[in-house]
Write a protein that binds this ligand. Structure first.
Ligand SMILES: C[S@@+](CC[C@H](N)C(=O)[O-])C[C@H]1O[C@@H](n2cnc3c(N)ncnc32)[C@H](O)[C@@H]1O
Length: 493
């Protein structure tokens, strides 16, 4: 099927500036995202859904849903071929918040579907996404004469998306030096390890269910399908594929995720559940119904999960990883203080273009860099108050060190990219492939965030003489500093 053209971190740790301080920029943990999956323009609709030129598998799919009474000729939206592959096209004008489609639970694919299926017994105890992935692969690879009720749905799933997990080595070389490359490689490594395990424990010992060869490629396909189309954060459903609803595409110009979809009771006298999708904006007949997938995902997450990015500046992020070095002589005290204040030995800070630094970043940096004559603050009598002190500059030395370390880490990260922002911006204006556009947007975005971080600490460095440090604050609190900042001495008469 060619709905979508089928093509497809560890950054160097900057040298610690001093023994007690270890700062590193690495890729965000790919599996750390809040939800495994979820979800400017109006896109051109190439052909109306009722058009005979709709691909045959999509027509078969629609017929199946019609026979099952999930849809009818009066349905407000139908599948159509659009620039993003398949999408949902309005059959008539649709009002804001109007229900576009409803899909009963019987047609969902989730871990319960797998449990109730032939392979349920052998999938017992597997991670939810792995059992659903095996289910999808089995449905896809089953012989044509082996009837499956899911066949017409499986047949409309794309062979791949533009997610970086499907990129060739050559395409990946365009994101050399980026956090996205490291994340992509670690995700692929993770998927590979899970595959090897499930192959040995489930696929090979159960030839009766898997009489065909299942490859790592099949497994990556299933992972990509789940990552790009499963819904999550729904009532009791953390991983669910909803056929038909998963044809909905994303629009950057819709800036609210509210009310687009929900799970509700099928009716007053029914205990069944139904998935209901609403249009967040009014849509004219013939136009595509679109939603906002996730306001909180960065461009790197969008590229990894779905295979597109946005030009919105605040989608550009860079994850700064800071760490209390375990060779730090004050390691135990620092860790205790960090943990008492909701941070860890290794702490990630997601920095977004044009936004202030995350609130805990400066105190954490100051804590990590604390040493020398400032080390008294680590003593246990200060334990409850120390974080408050770290919220403000502690000493000139401490503040200077954090500026130097962050700036040198930024410079080092910036030097690992192959191109300059100017070169990227020039390329962005040219006629390039969708994947190259993603690559160029990602590498330019990361560099801009690094420059943004560097700029913040450059400014701080220039203001070092203007800050009030711990000792001055202390003297002022004791009433020993006059209003003009002059130190008041007690003068004997
Ligand atoms: C939930 S599916 C939507 C249906 C999909 N277009 C299809 O052909 O099956 C999500 C995928 O649609 C495509 N997509 C959705 N919104 C897009 C957008 N704004 N720009 C580019 N591709 C988009 C991406 O390939 C993404 O992985």
């Amino acid at each position: 099927m060619d709905m979508i053209d089928c093509h497809h971190l560890t950054n160097e740790k900057p040298k610690p500036a001093m023994a007690t301080f270890f700062s590193t920029f690495t890729a965000p943990n790919p599996l750390r995202s809040k939800s495994i999956l979820h979800y400017n323009q109006q896109f051109t609709v190439k052909c109306a859904a009722s058009s005979p030129s709709l691909p045959a598998p999509v027509q078969t799919f629609w017929q199946w849903l019609t026979d099952e009474k999930v849809v009818s000729s009066k349905s407000p939206a139908k599948p159509g071929t659009v620039t993003e592959g398949l999408g949902l096209v309005a059959q008539r004008d649709i009002a804001r918040n109007e229900v576009v489609l409803e899909v009963p639970k019987k047609f969902w694919i989730n871990p319960d579907t797998v449990s109730a299926s032939e392979i349920g017994r052998v999938c017992n105890g597997l991670k939810p996404w792995i059992s659903v992935a095996l289910f999808l692969i089995r449905e896809k690879l089953r012989a044509d004469d082996d009837y499956s009720p899911w066949r017409s749905y499986i047949d409309i799933l794309p062979e791949c998306t533009d997610s970086t997990i499907f990129w060739s080595e050559e395409e990946l070389s365009e994101i050399e030096g980026t956090q996205l490359l490291s994340t992509t490689l670690s995700v692929k490594e993770y998927v590979k390890n899970e595959f090897l395990q499930v192959q040995e424990q489930v696929i090979l010992p159960n030839k009766q269910f898997f009489p065909f060869s299942v490859t790592l490629e099949d497994f990556i396909w299933a992972f990509g399908i789940l990552r790009s189309r499963a819904f999550s954060r729904l009532r009791g459903q953390n991983l669910v594929l909803i056929p038909l609803a998963d044809l909905i595409n994303h629009s950057p110009s819709i800036t609210s995720e509210d009310y687009a979809y929900e799970i509700k009771g099928a009716g007053l006298f029914s205990r069944d559940q139904i998935f209901s999708l609403r249009s967040p904006i009014p849509v004219k007949a013939g136009q595509q119904v679109l939603i906002q997938y996730d306001m909180n995902k960065s461009n790197a997450e969008l590229a990894l999960d779905y295979g597109f990015i946005e030009s919105t500046p605040d989608r550009n992020t860079y994850t700064l990883t800071l760490q209390i070095s375990n060779s730090d002589q004050f390691f135990d005290d620092k860790l205790d203080i960090a943990e008492m204040n909701g941070t860890k030995e290794v702490q990630y800070f997601d920095i977004t273009l044009g936004r202030p630094l995350p609130p805990k970043m400066l105190p954490y940096l100051r804590l990590v860099a604390l040493g020398g004559t400032d080390a008294f603050l680590l003593e246990s009598i200060f334990r409850n108050a120390v974080w408050d002190h770290l919220e403000l500059p502690v000493s000139r030395d401490n503040e200077e060190v954090i500026c130097q370390v962050v700036r040198s880490a930024c410079q080092s990260a910036l030097s690992s990219y192959q191109t300059s922002i100017e070169e990227d911006e020039k390329l962005e204006r040219e006629d390039i492939t969708h994947r190259l556009k993603i690559a160029v947007g990602i590498r330019a975005g990361e560099k801009k965030v690094l420059q943004h971080i560097d700029g913040i600490f450059k400014e701080r460095e220039m203001e070092l003489d203007e800050y009030e440090y711990y000792q001055e604050r202390r003297l002022r609190d004791l009433g020993l500093v006059g209003e003009q900042g002059d130190i008041i001495f007690w003068e004997p008469k």
